[in-house]
Design a protein around this ligand. Structure first.
Ligand code: CA
Length: 688
């Protein structure tokens, strides 16, 4: 951005550029989306094709020449915060989103900015985002692109100019819904979900008319209060799997990321999130499977009508979402051709499901898993280790809430017949929260989570999962690991596979890597100065293949030090590579080493243990476990804000930094509690 503004002069050029898009642009319609598998010039939808394989038939860049891959261009965003998007590439233009749901159109050959759109999400909305103010991308249809804004709006933009065509509020603004996921478009219907499972919402997915933003249908993933009547017969049935007064806590089940579509079967698949609150004992009196939490649900895209479901974690109690990437493929299993759906949800099992019927085919754990006694080989229903439910005593359970796999996209290569998983080894402490009460403005999980496992009974060696990140090559037919790359630092990045027999993945330490798809040997690596978390894309223009990724930290999954990422460049950025590229990244600004604040006169009063507890309840989601963060969100142990009582209170209670996304928590914390949190933080700063 900065480097180009000086070189080109303003509006006249912008007009010329947008005219360029208009002249080259063809409508995105059903025929074009269905032909996407053989279209190498574009990346038309979130997972490249409706089956979301994130595999490209391009082989111009391959195992032989990938060493010659060089930077073609880069584009710096206006923020360092929250880069998780998959860019779309259509008719030579790239459409990419950044933090705060901003949309940018770039020339895909040069990175020149064509237009930008800022939906102007209000700063305080950041508090409703469990996992930072991120956005994972746009969808395209006709001459428009569609973005879901953090505050729940679905917005249609003219592809040539970025002008807003329509905007519709898809959520109740009085509730703590957010949108971070990318929409999908099927036959002129824009499909959009939402998030907020930790904030007390009820999940659903909706379809809007791409022409005018009219709501066409809505499918709720969990039943509401039976007194209000049921939204459908299927939800009436689902309600029999719920107990207590779940609707008071929303129930959860948000559809915040993954979807896939099979045009032949005409089925839309959605991945459903965890329960709200997490704790099954609080949410549902400890009884019932709680449909459709943690499930994959197949719907008719024309009407939103339920077709089948498969629940990956019945009676979910650990934040085990099934919102992870869904991939469709045709495989031969036990000598039989199967139309399958694959998912590696947070609970640690790689599931292969018949996508026509929802029938369980097989599953296998891809990381250390301690919460279950194993899956029924016929139904796939897991047995649960009783202690893992943390009913009587706290428990260490693997995986933890970060999951064995989070939102980072997987990929499936039809060439190698392997799935590639950005996997995590995690475990966590779960303790029933005896003092649980539903509170506005905080997380509502019903779980005390802490990194101190001293008094937690480790369920079947959960502590073995100390936290680590791997790229796993996985054979979905044999259900076995074929190769792996272990990363030094935890946290992970999304994946792209190509017919050049390559797998591309960024890492949290700011390297962009290419691996041999068959062996896992690293063939190429480039320092891009910032973590790459999202899925890379590739496309071909003028007989040149480009590989593009977004670099920039973001997301709550990275707030804690154990999975911290590294930011060395000033801003998040798009990096585009091609064979023989000639661009170079700017030199890094030297960073000074962090020094803790002088807390000798801090005089913080209050119980440090209580401060720790309230920190964990209110602050940890963004600032990290044990107040340790090395992302864009400040590490409070190193913050001068903790030195003075009044200055700290002004930030935490009065919200004097609301414009920066740090809103006041006066409704969640009393001044005495804030002082106790300060006492806790000061105790940590002293110990540094
Ligand atoms: Ca969650």
């Amino acid at each position: 951005m900065r480097q180009f503004h000086s070189a080109i002069s303003g509006a006249l050029v912008a007009v010329a550029l947008t005219q360029l898009i208009a002249a080259n642009a063809a409508e995105v319609d059903a025929a074009r989306l269905h032909a996407a598998p053989s279209n190498n010039a574009d990346w038309l939808s979130h997972g490249r094709t409706y089956d979301e394989q994130r595999f490209s038939p391009l082989a111009r860049i391959n195992q032989t020449n990938v060493g010659e891959l060089k930077l073609a261009w880069f584009y710096d965003f206006d923020t360092t915060r929250g880069q998780e998007a998959t860019p779309l590439v259509i008719d030579g233009a790239m459409y990419v989103t950044s933090a705060w749901s901003k949309v940018f159109a770039l020339d895909a050959r040069t990175g020149r900015e064509l237009w930008r759109f800022d939906p102007k999400v209000a700063g305080p909305k950041a508090i409703d985002a469990c996992c930072d103010v991120v956005n994972r991308g746009v969808a395209a249809w006709g001459n428009r692109v569609f973005v879901g804004a953090l505050d729940g709006r679905l917005i249609a933009l003219d592809r040539a100019t970025g002008a807003q065509a329509w905007s519709v509020q898809t959520t109740d603004p009085t509730k703590r819904y957010t949108i971070t996921g990318a929409p999908r478009v099927i036959g002129g219907k824009v499909i959009i979900g939402n998030g907020g499972g930790e904030m007390g919402v009820r999940g659903y997915v909706s379809a809007y008319d791409a022409n005018d933003g009219k709501l066409l249908w809505r499918f709720y993933t969990v039943p509401g209060n039976p007194k209000d009547g049921f939204d459908s017969a299927v939800l009436e049935k689902a309600a029999k799997t719920w107990h207590g007064e779940w609707w008071k806590y929303g129930g959860g089940g948000t559809v915040w990321d993954s979807m896939a579509y099979d045009p032949q079967l005409d089925l839309l698949y959605i991945g459903v999130g965890n329960g709200s609150p997490w704790n099954h004992r609080i949410r549902s009196n400890g009884a019932g499977d709680n449909l459709f939490l943690s499930s994959i649900v197949a719907l008719k895209p024309a009407t939103g009508e339920y077709v089948w479901h498969f629940q990956t974690t019945p009676a979910e109690s650990w934040d085990f979402t099934a919102t992870q990437h869904i991939i469709l493929a045709d495989l031969t299993i036990d000598g039989r051709a199967r139309q399958v759906l694959m998912q590696a949800p947070k609970n640690g099992f790689f599931f292969v499901i018949d996508r026509a019927t929802g029938e369980f085919i097989h599953a296998k754990n891809y990381v250390n898993v301690t919460w279950t006694t194993g899956l029924d080989p016929k139904t796939g229903r897991p047995g649960v280790v009783p202690e893992a439910r943390y009913v009587r005593e706290p428990a260490m359970v693997a995986p933890g809430p970060l999951g064995a796999h989070n939102w980072y996209p997987m990929t499936f290569s039809p060439q190698t017949q392997l799935a590639y998983i950005p996997a995590l080894e995690t475990s966590n402490y779960y303790q029933h929260d005896d003092a649980f009460q539903f509170l506005e403005r905080t997380w509502n999980t019903g779980v005390v989570v802490s990194r101190d496992p001293a008094n937690a009974k480790s369920v079947a060696d959960a502590a073995k999962s100390k936290g680590g990140a791997m790229l796993l090559a996985w054979d979905p037919v044999a259900q076995r690991e074929v190769w792996r790359v272990n990363y030094q630092r935890a946290g992970n990045g999304g994946l792209l596979s190509t017919a050049g027999s390559l797998v591309f993945q960024g890492s949290v330490d700011g390297m962009f890597n290419a691996y041999a798809a068959d062996t896992g040997v690293r063939l190429w690596s480039q320092d891009v100065q910032n973590a790459i978390l999202g899925g890379p894309v590739t496309f071909e223009l003028d007989d040149e293949q480009y590989v593009v990724a977004l670099a920039g930290i973001g997301g709550v999954a990275l707030a804690g030090s154990s999975v911290g990422s590294q930011s060395r460049s000033e801003f998040g950025r798009v990096v585009a590579f091609k064979l023989g590229g000639k661009a170079a990244l700017p030199a890094l600004i030297a960073t000074t080493s962090r020094r803790p604040p002088d807390v000798r006169r801090a005089n913080a009063e209050g119980d440090i243990e209580v401060g720790h507890r309230n920190y964990t309840r209110v602050c940890m989601a963004c600032h990290g476990e044990n107040a340790s963060s090395n992302t864009a969100i400040p590490d409070l142990r190193y913050s001068n804000a903790i030195v003075e009582r009044e200055a700290f209170k002004a930030i935490v209670i009065d919200g004097v930094r609301a414009d920066k996304g740090m809103v006041g928590f006066g409704s969640a914390l009393s001044p005495a509690e804030v002082e106790e949190i300060r006492a806790y933080l000061v105790s940590l700063a002293i110990a540094l």
